[in-house]
Ligand binder design. Structure first.
Ligand code: ARG
Length: 476
């Protein structure tokens, strides 16, 4: 709901402005263009429910400490709840004259309750208020994103389960290196998502600290109880220093950095899917529900979804950079620069949520691996060359010597347009007397993968174990 630039006469939410919101110190209202420039209501309306919840806790604390009466607190809580319902039903339409969400709520509350509404802001400032709102908002969003990461991980696990024995070329430098189990490849992304979850959980500890009661910057003359509001709002603790409380946005930087890493991971996966869907690879086929066509080239089927995810990393990195720059030069305590913390944060939250959802759907039902094509791919190259060297090394030939010898074999085979499996036993034995008939089994792709059973490796037994561990981790 975009706030209107000038309030209709029926809209009394700005009636508290006489001539504007400020005290009698001001003689005239803000220049309209300046009012628009200054206002954050267009975007901080996103925080309204958190603002209401925070204000309800504050009102209860004011009564708990005897600063206002129980009846007054009750009226404030009920009035605030009414505003919540008005907002949800679309009745509440704040305007630029309200400036920001905090004033919008307070103005409306005063309309509903009269003088009692004016008591809400006792022992509080918008500075500790906005800090409280953002933390409550971010706490919810982090929990939501963690859920989405869980769903993404679940889909990765299901896919991995189905593809333990599907082989795919493994690459370094985007050159065929050694074949791996497709499940192993997918589980690598599971691990990244796990770190993403852990990082968010760790950051949550610092999001979940209450700045409420820090006042404008120095605390308050009233006998407030900050622990009481913190507990009501589910905060784990309270900021110890009021100046730090109102000016700290480290937790937002941490979140934006964690979000950037989520996008890095999704973007790397996207890049692989795009490559795999290309005519040159054909490792996957995109389904119609998750791909798009071209307006001019009838044969095209484009991987728009992973491309968009890859593209959206730009704005997420940008929002992190913006927050770092916003913070770097501001002296203690609150400065209006901090109002700029919100749009990028909201944008990143929505972008991460959208990307996770899209990638989860894409993996769950938007693509099909092409087993035939993958089987051909792992059979038609020299990605078993290390295994020939390992074969000799296991028989006591020093690895470097074996490595050099196999390099020579690869060179001559390439010249003769042959693969390693095409060499006759006589040819093998002419190269080294240690070669025996079991060399063929040893370089067969399935065996090449199965044999890499070191911890963390792609051997099928290891992958099955890893799947089991991952599944258990998800369930806890
Ligand atoms: N809209 C402001 C913000 O988002 C609220 C705090 C304003 N505080 C102040 N002292 N001007 O940061």
């Amino acid at each position: 709901m975009p706030p209107q630039s000038n309030s209709a006469s029926a809209d009394a939410s700005s009636s508290a402005s006489q001539p504007n919101t400020w005290s009698q110190r001001f003689e005239s209202a803000l220049h309209p263009a300046i009012a628009r420039f200054n206002a954050s209501i267009a975007f901080d309306i996103e925080l309204i429910e958190y603002d209401i919840t925070g204000s309800q806790a504050h009102a209860k604390m004011l009564a708990h400490t005897g600063i206002i009466s129980e009846t007054e607190a009750e009226q404030l809580v009920v009035g605030l709840e009414q505003i919540r319902q008005e907002y949800r039903s679309g009745q509440l339409q704040p305007t630029v004259d309200d400036e920001d969400v905090h004033f919008a709520v307070e103005h409306r509350l005063t309309e509903i309750l009269g003088d009692v509404g004016k008591k809400l802001h006792t022992a509080r400032s918008r500075n500790d208020q906005v800090g409280t709102d953002i933390r409550l908002y971010l706490r919810d969003q982090i929990n939501d994103i963690r859920q989405r990461l869980r769903q993404f991980q679940t889909v990765l696990l299901d896919l991995a389960d189905a593809h333990v024995e599907t082989l795919i070329p493994g690459y370094t430098h985007l050159q065929r290196a050694q074949p791996v189990s497709l499940a192993h490849h997918l589980l690598a992304y599971f691990e990244m998502a796990q770190r993403d979850c852990d990082r968010l959980s760790d950051g949550l500890k610092r999001v979940n600290q209450s700045p409420l009661g820090a006042g404008a910057l120095a605390g308050t003359t009233f006998p407030i109880d900050r622990h009481y509001t913190a507990e009501l709002l589910g905060f784990e603790g309270v900021y110890r220093n009021s100046l730090d409380a109102v000016s700290d946005r480290d937790f937002a930087v941490e979140f934006l950095a964690a979000a950037s890493l989520i996008l890095i991971h999704l973007s790397r996966l996207s890049e692989e899917l795009i490559i795999w869907a290309s005519e040159e690879f054909r490792f996957i086929r995109l389904k119609d529900t998750c791909s798009t066509g071209s307006s001019i080239m009838p044969q095209k089927k484009n991987p728009d979804i992973p491309e968009l995810v890859r593209g959206k990393t730009g704005r997420v990195f940008g929002n992190l950079q913006a927050m770092l720059v916003i913070l770097k030069g501001i002296p203690l305590a609150y400065n209006k620069d901090l109002q700029e913390d919100k749009e990028g944060l909201f944008d990143t939250v929505k972008t991460v949520q959208g990307c996770l959802e899209a990638m989860t759907i894409l993996l769950a039902e938007g693509l099909e691996f092409q087993p035939q094509r993958l089987a051909e791919a792992v059979a038609e190259d020299f990605s078993n060359a290390t295994d020939v060297a390992d074969y000799l090394a296991a028989k006591g030939v020093p690895f470097r010597e074996a490595y050099n010898l196999v390099g020579k074999v690869v060179r001559t085979s390439l010249a003769q347009n042959k693969l390693l499996k095409d060499l006759t036993l006589e040819e093998w034995q002419a190269l080294h007397p240690q070669f025996e008939a079991d060399i063929y089994a040893a370089i067969e792709p399935r065996q090449v993968v199965a044999a890499r059973n070191s911890f963390g490796g792609t051997g099928f037994d290891r992958v099955r174990q890893a799947l089991e561990v991952a599944r258990q981790g998800l369930e806890t």
